[in-house]
Design a protein. Structure first.
Length: 212
């Protein structure tokens, strides 16, 4: 039987890099952030709702969402963050489940990994068979996120503070994916978890009559 694993962690912890390693090994990866971007493209109902809630000032000249402006708004105002999530999360989750259903019809033993920063905060972890939490060192994370997104350390910290801490997220983990060393080590750690997920998928399939 296919298995759905949520991959989460704090900002800059290495989720996306880990997801790419899962994919190299044969997992199907669903990128929640990419779905979010798709769902707010011009013409999508979610974008209309965002403009209603936040005003036309959040749009760029070409009518697309100014994601930088949006991020600055929601990371400094909890109520606004919740309003945006209320518009986006149900749609992201519904789309993820549609994609997962399509994958498992094609590949009944698929290992499907959902890369989602707020998997736990959004309640979406309940839809997962397993939860994987990436554990990295806070200082390294801040430095990487800063370099990647061109933010100040203070901005990264404000974004971290708006999400649950690693310790809180770890309480929901079926697997802890350690990313405290180099990329090669992360890759090996991904492999260990991937093999367990595959085994689990195969075991569940053999327990299901009529499944491959
Ligand atoms: P966000 O939630 O902010 O999107 P993320 O958890 O998806 O972040 P990544 O984008 O995977 O994090 O990683 C952040 C940056 O750190 C990337 O540039 C990535 O290549 C780098 N990185 C991640 N892990 C390591 C590592 N072990 N060694 C060196 N660089 C790393």
């Amino acid at each position: 039987m296919a298995i759905l694993a949520g991959l989460t962690g704090t900002i800059g912890s290495g989720k996306t890099l880990a997801a790419s390693f899962f994919q190299e090994l044969g997992a199907h990866v669903i990128d929640a952030d990419a779905l979010a971007r798709m769902l707010v493209s011009p013409g999508e109902p979610a974008l209309g709702e965002i403009v209603q809630a936040f005003g036309g000032g959040v749009l760029q000249e070409d009518g697309s969402l100014d994601r930088k402006k949006m991020a600055a708004i929601v990371f400094s105002d909890l109520a606004k963050k919740q309003a945006l999530e209320h518009i986006l999360h149900p749609r992201i989750i519904a789309r993820e489940m549609e994609i997962y259903d399509a994958i498992r019809r094609q590949d009944p033993c698929a290992v499907v990994v959902v890369d989602a920063a707020v998997l736990i905060e959004s309640g979406n972890y309940r839809n997962m068979d397993k939860v994987i939490v990436v554990a990295a060192d806070r200082e390294a994370q801040i430095e990487r996120a800063r370099r990647r997104d061109g933010l100040t350390a203070e901005e990264v910290k404000a974004r971290m503070a708006a999400q649950w801490s690693l310790d809180e997220k770890l309480k929901y983990a079926d697997f802890v994916l350690e990313n405290r060393e180099d990329e090669a080590k992360l890759k090996r750690n991904v492999r260990t978890i991937y093999l367990q997920l595959r085994q689990e998928a195969a075991r569940a399939a053999s327990a299901q009559p009529g499944m491959r």
